[in-house]
Each structure stands twice: as structure tokens, then as C-alpha cells.
Design a protein around this ligand. Structure first.
Ligand code: UDP
Length: 232
């Protein structure tokens, strides 16, 4: 493991001796509101790496192709090198966050059928919500890749919702990123309490990054509890 290829808000990506492989290193740094709020969540990187590794493994078992190869250590994941499609794909089962705020919908209401949204991945613009026509206009992905993204995003949801439910958690919404690997679309990045909204099925307690965003306290405890339920 050598050259740093990229450093983001929560991860570093390193080159390996194989041109086709990279190492994702998960940090404890936390940001919210387009990096206006910054902090540290102790051992977040370990939790996110382990949770993401388990979820990618589960998805692979269920026929979803991902960039995941193996978990190398507490904070490192070996992955296939992809060209990231610059779209953040958000899947929503329950109204929360920006959807509630933007459209005045009531937080906690069930969304049926599931909602898939696209955001343009651009920090300077604050990741704006975009339509498929914007995707076409900006040539972010071809129409067939867009169809593939929507199909795979729904499939990921179908696999993850029951998995979380069996572990007494409600998967409210989550963000996915896809990449192109040898001309094929595969799931990349991470799926973790940083990128999902997860509520305790019994109490409704928030178990994800909203605790950091909203200064709710007990952040580390919540992440550890998600780890326990997902991997324990
Ligand atoms: N999300 C993310 N990265 C982002 C924006 C959102 O991982 O840059 C996740 C977020 O954690 C939530 C879902 O996508 O699970 C939907 O987020 P929303 O649009 O409601 O935005 P927020 O309220 O987080 O600003």
C-alpha cells in the first residue's frame, strides 16, 4: 500500500501494487452540511469499514456487483478501482432529512413505492438535486447507465431493508455511489451509519450520523450499536 490517490472527508484511497485494486482507508473525521460542521467520532472509521464490508458481502451474495474485495484490517478495505459516476443516488423508504424540509412532508411517513433521487456530486454546488434530464444534459451517465443505476439501487434496498429489520433497525434512507469497472456499472464507496438513516425499530432512536448533524450526543454509542447489530 503506497500512493495516496484521493483524500475525501471520511476516507483516503490508496493505490496498491495491482493497477486494478485500491485500498479505502476509513477515517474518524466527520463533516456535515457540506463540511461547514466538522468533528471527530471516535472509532467511526472502524465501524464504517466493518459495516460496509459486511453489507457489500451480503449484497454480493444476493447478486449485486460491488467494488468490495475484502476487509484488510480494522480501517482498510480492498476494493476494485472504478471511475465514480458523479451522482449521489439516494433511496428513501421513510420521509426524513432534506425531503421533509424541501417538500414540507411529514417526517416518519412511509414512502411507497420507494423513492430514488439523484444529486449532482459537486461540493462547490452543494450537491444539488437533479433530474434524469439534467443527468443527460451534463452527460453524467448514459440513459442505459441511469436505468441500471435505478434498478440496482432498488435491488440494494430490497436486500438491506429486511436485513436491518431482522436486526431491529429501520432503514429510513441511504446514499449510494456507483462506479464503472471494465465497462460495467458496480456499487462503490460505502454503506454505513454515515450514509444511511437508521432508526431503532422499537424505540425510534436515531442510530446514524443525524446524531452528529443535530448534536444529539451518544454518537459513538450509536455507531457501536449498529456495528454490534450488523456484524455481531
Ligand atoms: N447522504 C449522504 N451524503 C450526502 C448527503 C446525504 O450520505 O452528501 C445520505 C444521508 O445520510 C441520508 C440520505 O443520504 O441517509 C438522505 O439525505 P438527505 O437528502 O435527507 O440530506 P441531509 O438531510 O442528510 O442533508
Amino acid at each position: 500500500m503506497t500512493k495516496l490517490l484521493y483524500e475525501g472527508k471520511a476516507k483516503k484511497v490508496f493505490a496498491t501494487d495491482k493497477p486494478d485494486h485500491v485500498v479505502q482507508y476509513f477515517k474518524d473525521d466527520a463533516t456535515a452540511f457540506n463540511a461547514q460542521k466538522r468533528g471527530t467520532i471516535v472509532d467511526k472509521g472502524v465501524v464504517n469499514n466493518k459495516v460496509a464490508s459486511r453489507l457489500f458481502q451480503l449484497l454480493e451474495e444476493q447478486g449485486v456487483q460491488t467494488h468490495f474485495i475484502e476487509q484488510l484490517s480494522d480501517r482498510e478495505m480492498l476494493a476494485k478501482k472504478v471511475a465514480i459516476v458523479p451522482i449521489e443516488v439516494v433511496v428513501r423508504n421513510i420521509v426524513a432529512g432534506s425531503l421533509a424540509k424541501r417538500l414540507g412532508l411529514k417526517e416518519g411517513e412511509k414512502i411507497e413505492p420507494v423513492l430514488v433521487e439523484f444529486y449532482y456530486k459537486d461540493d462547490a454546488l452543494g450537491d444539488p438535486l437533479i433530474t434524469e434530464e439534467h443527468v443527460r444534459l451534463m452527460k453524467l451517465a448514459t440513459p442505459s447507465v441511469v436505468e441500471d443505476i435505478k434498478k440496482q439501487a432498488r435491488r440494494v434496498n430490497e436486500v438491506l431493508v429486511p436485513f436491518f429489520k431482522e436486526r431491529n433497525m429501520v432503514l429510513v434512507d441511504f446514499k449510494l455511489e456507483f462506479g464503472i469497472h471494465h465497462n460495467k456499472l458496480i456499487l462503490a464507496d460505502e454503506i454505513s451509519p454515515d450514509t444511511c438513516r437508521i432508526w431503532d425499530a422499537k424505540t425510534g432512536d436515531v442510530m446514524d450520523k443525524d446524531r452528529f448533524r443535530k448534536d444529539m450526543g451518544k454518537i459513538e454509542e450509536a455507531y457501536q450499536e449498529v456495528l454490534k447489530r450488523v456484524c455481531g
